[in-house]
Design a binder for this molecule. Sequence first.
Ligand SMILES: O=C(O)c1ccccc1NCC(=O)[C@H](O)[C@H](O)COP(=O)(O)O
Length: 217
Amino acid sequence: MRVKICGITSVEDARLAVDAGADALGLVFYPPSPRHVTVELATEIASAVSPFAVLTGLFVNAHPQEVEDILKLVPLNLLQFHGDENAPYCRQFHRPYMKALRMKPDLDPVEAMAAYPDARGVLLDAYRKGVPGGTGDTFDWQRVPQGGDRHIILAGGLNPENVAEAIAAAHPHGVDVSGGVEAAPGRKDPQKVRAFIDAARSAATSGARSNALTQGV
Ligand SMILES: O=C(O)c1ccccc1NCC(=O)[C@H](O)[C@H](O)COP(=O)(O)O
């Protein structure tokens, strides 16, 4: 089970998340967010963390030049587009990308994911009108498509208490969390970060074990 801790705003929180076992960190380049980071801070965070941590830059309907400018200065491994960006927009940067899809009640996730065939992953997040992300809301995990070959990352209102249930219901490739591991907006709580990662990994291991028992392995 892969874990991404999103909304990192300090070197301290970045190190905490990686030391606790996070695979990826999210840096929010969206000024209205309380978790927004400047290029200077993002560069500092990038220099401080393990080269094996996937540094993800998150954008919401940004002007392409803004993304290009940030890419020149911050060594991002992955781009995450969290607005209404279409596939030609997402691929123009020639970098691996994830597309966030907000699970509006009438959205067909299979159809929506098909519009981004070259996305490395698709992040399914809760929908709240007018708020592009970091809502702290959950959605119905039964809506997560099963059995396909896409890397689905589950997000939206996850926390140390509900992540095991979410994984058991949705069987995602990975989970993403922001508000559920914070002490205050933009500041991570060390205990919650560790508890979240431990709970996600245990849930995945016990899910795999019970599958093996069911199949008589
Ligand atoms: O975190 C933000 O402030 C944010 C603002 C605008 C767009 C996206 C944002 N976060 C994106 C994430 O990847 C979050 O982890 C995801 O939306 C889940 O957030 P939460 O429900 O708080 O765990």
